[in-house]
Design a protein around this ligand. Structure first.
Ligand code: FES
Length: 170
């Protein structure tokens, strides 16, 4: 079985779990008042608000899709895009800012071709900001998954990103 098929199979399993979960919310008024709880469940199952899953929610609890997306976009907590395989957190805390975090952000934007809060086109990286990663003496700092990169300069960024891309090609 190919990885693509495994991913699809897992997704269908999660859709099934979601459908069973939604059974108890079929009464419309109750469903609307529990919409946030339901969206949390979708994010827990899929890691973000998967479009197909949200369509299931709309159909089963009979709430318009536009209303659901309206609620989802109001709260920053909800992820509307599938997260990248790696999470890049760039520190924008005071120490990092003073040491040039804005230049690191600019270089990462260029490399990943996405803004803060986005996902790189190849789906490999989520690009997020953080407020002090607890390594101020190494400022400016970026964390990729659970690894800290300190004393960064913009020139170091392409090589770091390239290394992660290379690992995925192996
Ligand atoms: S301010 Fe960036 S690690 Fe503390």
């Amino acid at each position: 079985m190919q990885i693509k098929d495994i991913v699809q199979e897992k997704k269908q399993q999660n859709i099934q779990i979601l459908k069973e979960y939604l059974e108890s919310f079929k009464n419309r008024s109750r469903a609307e008042s529990n919409l946030l709880t339901i969206l949390h469940k979708v994010q827990e199952l899929f890691g973000y608000l998967d479009k197909e899953a949200i369509e299931e929610v709309a159909t089963i609890i009979q709430v318009p899709l536009s209303h659901i997306w309206g609620v989802a976009t109001f709260y920053h907590y909800f992820k509307l895009k599938k997260p990248g395989k790696h999470i890049i957190s760039v520190c924008l805390g005071t120490a990092c800012y003073i040491k040039g975090a804005d230049e690191i952000v600019a270089k990462l934007k260029e490399e990943l071709k996405t803004d803060l809060g986005g996902v790189s086109e190849d789906g490999l990286f989520s690009f997020e900001e953080a407020r002090c990663l607890g390594a101020c003496s190494l400022a400016p700092v970026v964390m990729i998954d659970d690894k800290i990169y300190g004393n960064l300069t913009p020139q170091m960024i392409p090589q770091i990103i390239k290394e992660y891309k290379r690992k995925h090609k192996e």
